[in-house]
Each structure stands twice: as structure tokens, then as C-alpha cells.
Write a protein that binds this ligand. Structure first.
Ligand SMILES: [Zn+2]
Length: 152
């Protein structure tokens, strides 16, 4: 943690407490002795995704990333952009404040944003996602799509 007063990197924690979904730490700079507050988000792994067949599985950020990444294969879309998209979708999911979210909602959130990023990725993702039950299926279908496109 960098001190906002002098830029020094070393600080000691003088107080820690949980506030809502974050951990608030009161820190004291070891150099200038000023105090400042930091908030750390608690890692949330308890969000469940309800698939179309009713099965539930923990929300998996990596899996979401891979699904989008597949739709963006061979397109000039930087990984960074996909990362940001996933981060935004994830943040929105937690903002819903629900313990369970239908996979359909996650898909729509992605589609909505992908549309602004790249038309082709959007079409690929939307056409595949809307007619398939989950990201796993989506991934295999996009795999096929990409392979076929490359075939002579
Ligand atoms: Zn300082």
C-alpha cells in the first residue's frame, strides 16, 4: 500500500474491520506517520449460476473469460479488453446482490457489452449463447465454428 501523503510503500495496519462486502484497514505510514484508510474487497466465490437445466454451479470468472475469448478468436481484440469486460460483468453480478443468477442474465450482460466492442464477436457470442444451455456448450460450438471457418 502506497502512502497517499509521501508515496512510501511500507505501512503498518493499526485497525481492521469488515464493512459490508469489504475489509477496511486503517494504516500508518512507517515513514511520515500519516494515517490513511484502505478498502479491500473480499474474494467472493459463493455466487451460484443457475443453468438452463436448473443445475447450479459456482460462478467461474475464468470460464466466462474463456467463453468470450473463444468468440473473439482471430479478431483484433486485445486480451485486456476482454478482461475489462469480464470484470465489469462480474461487478454487475455482485451488484445485483443475489445469491443465484441465471446463466441467461450473464450471457445477456456479455452480449450487451460485446456489441460495443466488436460486431463479429458479438454476433458469434449472441448466436451461439442464446441457443445453447451453458458456457461449456458455447465453447465447444464456437470451437467448431472457428475450425470450420479455417477449413479450406
Ligand atoms: Zn507517508
Amino acid at each position: 500500500m502506497i502512502c497517499p501523503y509521501c508515496g512510501n510503500e511500507a505501512s503498518r495496519v493499526v485497525d481492521t474491520r469488515e464493512v459490508g462486502d469489504a475489509i477496511r484497514r486503517r494504516r500508518e505510514c512507517l515513514k511520515c506517520s500519516e494515517r490513511f484508510t484502505t478498502y479491500e474487497r473480499i474474494a467472493k466465490s459463493n455466487l451460484m449460476v443457475v443453468k438452463r437445466d436448473g443445475r447450479r454451479e459456482p460462478f467461474d470468472r475464468q470460464k466466462l473469460f474463456q467463453g468470450i475469448h473463444m468468440a473473439c478468436t482471430k479478431l483484433p481484440i486485445p486480451t485486456q479488453v476482454i478482461e475489462e469486460l469480464v470484470t465489469e460483468v462480474e461487478a454487475n453480478l455482485y451488484r445485483l446482490g443475489r445469491p443465484e443468477v441465471p446463466s441467461r442474465i450473464i450471457g445477456e450482460m456479455v452480449i450487451e457489452r460485446l456489441r460495443l466492442v466488436d460486431q463479429l464477436a458479438y454476433v458469434r457470442f449472441a448466436s451461439v449463447y442464446r441457443s445453447f444451455p451453458d458456457l461449456e456448450t458455447l465453447k465447444s460450438v464456437v470451437d467448431d465454428l472457428v475450425e470450420r471457418k479455417d477449413a479450406p
